[in-house]
Write a protein that binds this ligand. Structure first.
Ligand code: SF4
Ligand code: MSK
Length: 636
């Protein structure tokens, strides 16, 4: 058994893992150990179960087979598998985006009175961007925006997504169009890159990766690119923009992060998953007098709602609700013995959680028809009855306070302060209304460039070590860091989101942060909010009349876990951003696909993937990319 400090870089986690090890509670690291050694074929992407002539596997080095039963090669297997990962990731983000789009339509039509439009200014700005008249009745504008969003999910023509056309910078849009024309002229075959509709690109991948369909790795990967673009400039962007309209655009606010946000004297409700639709309502009803009174009658001081993962990020940024941790904290938070309820919606919710909750008094409450868990209490969420459902959940948690066993309470009183909420609108405000000061800071060499860090925790990597160390390495090199998801929570827990943390950065980042009053690591939101980074890149590119692939920027997903991260990485690469990954994706079984991803995509799209195991080495490579682009721009 590994020592807790080998498993996590976060002292609160180390404290809690030690407790779990002492008391015999099973955690994710134990299950990883039980799986080892993990399957080499799977690690290399060399297994296939797409039909029942299989399962097939390919042995690249030994005496085993070099083809599947149907004749599929390693290149096909690897490319098909990666494509399906992209499709699954894009589907998750985009299905998330569909929900607020439908809700906006219902609110506009007066069919749902539980929600309102909180940010009318953003609604009118989004409408104007989409070419819809921003004037007139709010409900009319909202309906028109919702209709465009919903049509991007299901339209059947071949015109690119309206959201992509409206938001992608001019030169990038031209680049994708020309690429399609060039490939047609060179090969006589169609290679689509521009997404037609969000649902269609996922279906296309599921179709073309069945037995006996597309076996050409380049063709498969280009469809992967198209599908990923339908996520970044489509489903995720729609999620972000419409959630801002319905729940408010984030602006900077001070918050607290880590397990110490739990309160011993209060009813603790942990909300976990990705969507803000229910959690916003839980935060709201938990402040109602009747429920607070009920909590007091139970002997608690009040009700303490805290977030986890990206549901946590959503309400952290918009409501200032404290966040208990990122992905690998989801079990640890239960082991504190302080959670009256864990309420989950969708995505990144370990099926182990209900079993662990049963070791305590915690009610594990699932709410989505798409994410049910054996051992959970299921309280179905209906948007039109949002407040009633949220009240039922909070009441259950409050009633459960009496069942808390003080003997089982054990938690670290560790939490950091952070300044979060850097939406594009908030950043522009901090910059005085335009991206010019940021562009000037880059052009004058005050900072070298900007890096985006995204993604998850992965028990194969010491928790938060890569996320935090990479961030520190980049800041030291005078590269400003922005990001989302579990990285953002890691950076907040590590204190990198306090303005004072600029003292750790190089002189340029320090000066910029002090001038603008911002921290050196900027929290831009949840996983779907990676779209905010695309919008920011687009604004800078348009300001300079250049392409994103000209900008001194780089990205990283250094502890990635989910298929969603593959889609995110791919849409950044496809938008012209080089992206670092660790761990390596399951593609190394095909040298041809590996070469495509790490080299050839660069000439097609202006972005590429690279793998690096050490934070300092990854930061150096990202700096090299940024410096090379500066040189090309004549910035020295
Ligand atoms: Fe095997 Fe081909 Fe079927 Fe895959 S599609 S399981 S490689 S026969
Ligand atoms: S929650 S996708 S583990 S960032 Fe968005 Fe974290 Fe990755 Fe889930």
């Amino acid at each position: 058994m590994k020592k807790p400090q080998e498993l996590s870089f976060d002292q609160a986690a180390v404290f809690q893992i030690s407790h779990a090890q002492r008391t015999g509670l099973e955690l994710i690291w134990d299950r990883l150990e039980a799986q080892e050694p993990q399957c080499g074929f799977g690690t290399l992407g060399l297994c296939c179960r797409h039909c029942v002539m299989g399962p097939c596997r390919i042995d690249p080095l030994g005496d085993g087979p070099k083809k599947g039963v149907c004749g599929a090669t390693a290149d096909t297997l690897v490319a098909r598998h990666l494509c399906r990962m992209i499709a699954a990731g894009a589907a998750a983000h985009s299905d998330h985006g569909r929900r607020p789009a439908i809700l906006l339509k219902e609110v506009a039509l007066g069919e749902n009175s539980a929600y309102t439009i909180k940010d009318e200014e953003k609604l009118r700005a989004v409408a104007a961007r989409l070419g819809i008249s921003p004037e007139g009745e709010v409900s009319q504008v909202a309906l028109a925006v919702a209709e465009v969003a919903l049509s991007d999910f299901g339209k059947q023509d071949t015109r690119p997504l309206r959201f992509l056309e409206a938001y992608a910078p001019k030169k990038r849009l031209e680049h994708w169009q020309k690429l399609e024309e060039k490939l047609l002229a060179q090969t006589g075959a169609l290679f689509g890159v521009l997404p037609r509709s969000i649902d269609r690109e996922v279906v296309d991948i599921m179709h073309r990766t069945t037995m006996g369909m597309d076996h050409d790795p380049a063709s498969l990967l280009l469809q992967g690119v198209r599908c990923a673009l339908s996520d970044g400039w489509g489903g995720s962007l729609i999620a972000t923009e419409i959630q801002d309209i319905l729940f408010g655009t984030p602006y900077p606010r001070k918050v607290r992060a880590n397990l110490g946000v739990l309160k011993e004297e209060a009813v603790n409700i942990v909300v976990h998953g990705h969507e803000p639709v229910l959690s916003e309502m839980i935060v709201q009803v938990a402040q109602e007098e009747e429920l607070v009174k009920m909590a007091r009658e139970m002997g608690a001081e009040g009700i303490n709602v805290v977030g986890l993962c990206c549901t946590g990020n959503e309400i952290l940024l918009r409501q200032g609700v404290p966040v208990a941790g990122n992905e690998l904290h989801s079990e640890l938070v239960l082991t504190t013995g302080l959670c009256e309820a864990m309420v989950v919606d969708v995505q990144c919710i370990y099926p182990a959680l209900p079993r662990l909750a049963q070791c305590f008094h915690t009610k594990f409450i699932s709410t989505s028809d798409q994410a049910k868990f054996p051992g959970a209490v299921h309280i179905q969420f209906f948007e039109e009855k949002a407040a009633e459902v949220a009240r039922a959940i909070v009441r259950l948690a409050v009633e459960n306070f009496k069942n808390r066993d003080p003997q089982k309470v054990h938690y670290p009183r560790i939490a950091e302060e952070a300044l979060v909420g850097f939406s594009v609108e908030a950043l522009l405000k901090a910059l005085g209304g335009s991206v010019k000061p940021l562009v000037d800071a880059i052009a004058q060499g005050v900072i070298k460039g900007v890096a985006g860090i995204v993604g998850c925790n992965n028990p194969k990597v010491r928790q938060d070590y890569f996320l935090v160390s990479l961030c520190r390495e980049l800041l030291k090199r005078d590269i400003l860091v922005v990001g989302t998801g579990c990285w953002a929570i890691a950076a907040a827990k590590a204190g990198l989101m306090k303005p004072e943390a600029a003292a750790e950065a190089g002189p340029g980042v320090k000066r910029l942060c002090e001038t603008l009053g911002i921290p050196p690591a900027l929290h831009m939101g949840s996983c779907v909010d990676c779209s905010r980074m695309l919008v920011l890149l687009g604004a800078v590119a348009d300001h300079l009349s250049c392409d994103i692939s000209d900008l001194p920027v780089a990205g990283s997903a250094p502890e990635w876990t989910t298929e969603k991260a593959v889609s995110i990485g791919t849409y950044f690469v496809a938008s012209g951003v080089p992206v670092h990954l660790w761990p390596a994706p399951p593609v190394l079984g095909s040298p041809a696909v590996t070469k495509l991803l790490t080299q050839e995509l660069d000439s097609l799209l202006g972005g590429f993937f690279f793998v690096e195991e050490e934070p300092a080495k990854a930061a150096r490579k990202m700096e090299e990319v940024i410096l090379a682009r500066r040189k090309k721009l004549g910035l020295g």
